[in-house]
Design a protein around this ligand. Structure first.
Ligand code: TRP
Length: 310
């Protein structure tokens, strides 16, 4: 945070969004009329869950998910896995303990044959912190990792590639990764998805300042910042920023840092890259996967890729 807020352009790490309130606001985003991403992906998973699970290879399947959140789309795949083999263990990784606890409660109550094992962790710095839990492979275990919701798009390309390689390191040939990626489309549609009329995305973005105020004692005044979504054509990504409405100085006691923000200066809080099929396939190949199958929603807005470890 010290580096991000003292550097130019100013920035904050996206994982900071996901305190309890941030996770709750993010769930609200997924239900917004403008935010097509979750609906498009749910459409794909609803239509193709059995086919996806059939592509997972033979053996006793265990499903792992990075950034599981509430796990609401995942239920479709878990049910398909239970249709195939009677029961399933679902190992859900997320930074939000509360989101994982709710997911466990809700999913185990709703789906017979399901065991949820929550793993509270931040996967963005590699999986070595949870390697103890992941390295032990049950005999006959067949792994499928889920990395859906286009979270891959929230990282710069080299970091995205590193995350896919970290996943690959937990797999043996024949295991699989289901990757969801949001695709390039009309820019107005993209901008609306990240700046909704009800202001939920704005609240989500600003919540990071509330969190820093609470946890580090700072004095960000939320009234003096505005949520901004921008399309960066060159890098093919939506950027979220918090724009300072006036020249101001914010003090963060825990970092002993004074941040002087000019009027209209922004703090860059998130990227959401939009891909072509080719880009996704290239990332997967470079990470040690081959693409076995891919699906799109009816509008062709979102892609789901079943990648097999080679
Ligand atoms: N990865 C998804 C996306 O980029 C979800 C997401 C992450 C998101 N951060 C967000 C959605 C901020 C809206 C705002 O769309």
């Amino acid at each position: 945070m010290l580096r991000g807020l003292s550097g130019r352009p100013r920035s904050l790490s996206p994982w900071l969004f996901y305190d309890d309130e941030g996770s709750r606001l993010f769930e609200a985003i997924t239900e917004l009329p403008e935010y097509y991403v979750t609906r498009a992906e749910r459409e794909i998973l609803t239509s193709h869950a059995d086919e996806i699970i059939a592509g997972a290879g033979s053996g006793d399947l265990t499903i792992y998910e990075l950034g599981a959140g509430s796990g609401s789309k995942t239920g479709l795949l878990l049910e398909a896995a239970i249709r195939r083999q009677g029961s399933i263990t679902y190992r859900a990784l997320d930074v939000s303990k509360s989101a994982l606890e709710e997911a466990k409660q809700r999913l185990e109550a709703a789906i017979t044959g399901l065991t949820v094992e929550p793993i509270v962790s931040d996967y963005t710095d590699g999986l070595s912190n949870v390697a103890g839990q992941l390295n032990h492979r049950k005999s006959g275990e067949r792994r499928m990792f889920l990395y859906i919701g286009s979270s891959i798009g929230n990282f710069e390309l080299p970091h995205a590639l590193q995350i896919l390689r970290d996943v690959r390191a937990q797999l043996i040939p024949g295991d699989s990764l289901l990757l969801g990626a949001d695709l390039v489309k009309d820019r107005q549609i993209l901008l609306r998805a990240y700046d909704d009329a009800a202001g939920v995305t704005a609240a989500f973005n600003k919540n990071v300042l509330t969190r820093i105020n609470r946890e580090l004692g700072s004095n960000f005044n939320l009234q003096l910042f505005r949520h901004r979504a921008k399309w960066n054509e060159e890098l093919s990504r939506i950027e979220m920023h918090l724009e300072s409405l006036i020249t101001q100085i914010v003090f963060i006691p825990a970092l002993d840092l004074q941040v002087r923000l000019a009027r209209a200066e922004t703090i860059h809080t998130e990227n959401s890259h939009k891909f072509t099929d080719q880009q996704v396939e290239s990332l997967l190949h470079r990470a040690g996967f081959s693409v076995a199958k891919q699906w799109k929603d009816d509008l062709g807005w979102f892609g789901e890729y079943l990648a097999v470890a080679v």
